[in-house]
Ligand binder design. Structure first.
Ligand SMILES: [Zn+2]
Length: 106
């Protein structure tokens, strides 16, 4: 009596386990088939990319030093007052302190 009941429980557990494993395997097979193959994509890079020939780096703005007029990329520029840009902090100090410097009021 009791042994038969246990056998049914075990059978049910085995059936559930097998069903779960089958679902996982099927889901894995579907997910493995759904993404496009990356190897063929890298095999023929940019076959139809004519307008995308600009490259990787975005256009970097070029600024000119307000003191000496040197052109330099915006990332290397030193930001000054009123949106001015300078090639170095020395030129920024020279330019921004020169008009302001009426320290000799007398
Ligand atoms: Zn400069």
């Amino acid at each position: 009596m009791m042994g038969k009941f246990t056998v049914w429980i075990v059978l049910a557990g085995v059936a559930w386990l097998g069903w779960t494993l089958w679902r996982i395997g099927r889901r894995r097979a579907e997910s493995a088939a759904s993404p496009p193959p990356a190897e063929s994509d890298s095999a023929r890079p940019q076959a139809q990319g004519t307008d995308a020939a600009a490259g990787e780096s975005p256009p970097e703005p070029i600024l000119s030093c307000a003191h000496c007029g040197l052109y330099l990329p915006a990332r290397d520029a030193v930001a000054g007052a009123r949106g001015a840009s300078y090639c170095s902090t020395a030129h920024r100090d020279l330019t921004e302190q020169a008009p302001r410097g009426p320290s000799s009021s007398r």
